[in-house]
Design a protein around this ligand. Sequence first.
Ligand SMILES: Cc1cc2nc3c(=O)[nH]c(=O)nc-3n(C[C@H](O)[C@H](O)[C@H](O)COP(=O)(O)O)c2cc1C
Length: 253
Amino acid sequence: MIFYFSGTGNSLWAAEKISIAQGQKLFSIADEIKKNNFEYTLDDSELVGFVFPIYAWNAPKMVVDFINKLKLKNYKANYTFAISTCEANVGYTMRNLKDTLNSKGLELDSGFSIAMPSNYIILTHVKSKTSIEAILDTAEERIEEINTSIDKRENKFEITLGHFPYIKSKLINPLFMKYGIKPKKFFASNSCISCGLCEKVCPTNNIKVDGKPKWGTNCTQCLACINRCPKKAIEYGKSTRDKGRYYNPRCKK
Ligand SMILES: Cc1cc2nc3c(=O)[nH]c(=O)nc-3n(C[C@H](O)[C@H](O)[C@H](O)COP(=O)(O)O)c2cc1C
């Protein structure tokens, strides 16, 4: 079974490819949390996989919270892997994830990172279509390599750490979690047609569309709302003004 979290399709695209190649069931972490479902029964040969984006050099809080509540019945050291999609590097994400899993009596046998286009339009600009397609071509090859490693049940960690992983994952990440997520900064411009898509795609049920969308405080900053609005009507303060929006063009969901 493969558990995934994705705001803008990169991780979902990778998770779907791996789940098809490996013949594994796919579960959306956001949907499972909404259903309050944390218990799963494993077959002896079943894999356990986690696929998610990197947020400030760590796994999203939702993913960590989900794993902390996870109960895997019939777990017999089933081969377990994690894949993080990122723009550039992941710091000590896999080390932290391994600690979280170990504290629950679960192992992490392998970990991989895949470079994908950035969806963090608060700080970056969306790349050109040509660059996005080139990055996704390389990512597709990488997904195939990862599939081969999983086929062989390899025990390896192939990740782009980046410079100063300790500082990024252990010091900057907690600061980002405390001060970097400001849902009050989201607003909808007059282009908003009240279609309700932002409410539907929000993984934390943090948006209510009553006329215009309103944001609560439970934001994980996946940026699904802002990137997926069909009218580009959602902004985050002044940071996203006149910038493009990103959703993985190869992800069909
Ligand atoms: C809040 C936030 C923080 C991010 N932090 C990082 C980071 O630390 N390192 C990195 O390489 N990419 C970072 N990114 C980029 C995403 O990890 C990357 O685009 C990912 O593939 C998005 O996956 P998704 O489409 O499945 O949501 C960040 C994105 C967001 C929204």
